[in-house]
Design a protein around this ligand. Sequence first.
Ligand SMILES: [Ca+2]
Ligand SMILES: [Ca+2]
Length: 81
Amino acid sequence: MSTKILTAEQIAEARKEFQFFDADGSGEIGLTEFIELLTVLSPKTKASHVKEGFGLIDKNNDGSIDFDEFLEWWQQSWWEY
Ligand SMILES: [Ca+2]
Ligand SMILES: [Ca+2]
């Protein structure tokens, strides 16, 4: 689905962000970690929106965001702003 090519630098940047939000170092971002992430990014985000957003990013619905899913999302936000 995502065909845009990221530079190595952008991927490294995304990985840094990912590791920052993966507070327990499990290699994926769980819902509580995601809530924290959005609280940092936009403090006024409502809990219902957080869950909605989480569902959108968690493409395989396993309840956590792995790096691939994160990268896709991060990439989209990267190009939007
Ligand atoms: Ca984690
Ligand atoms: Ca997932």
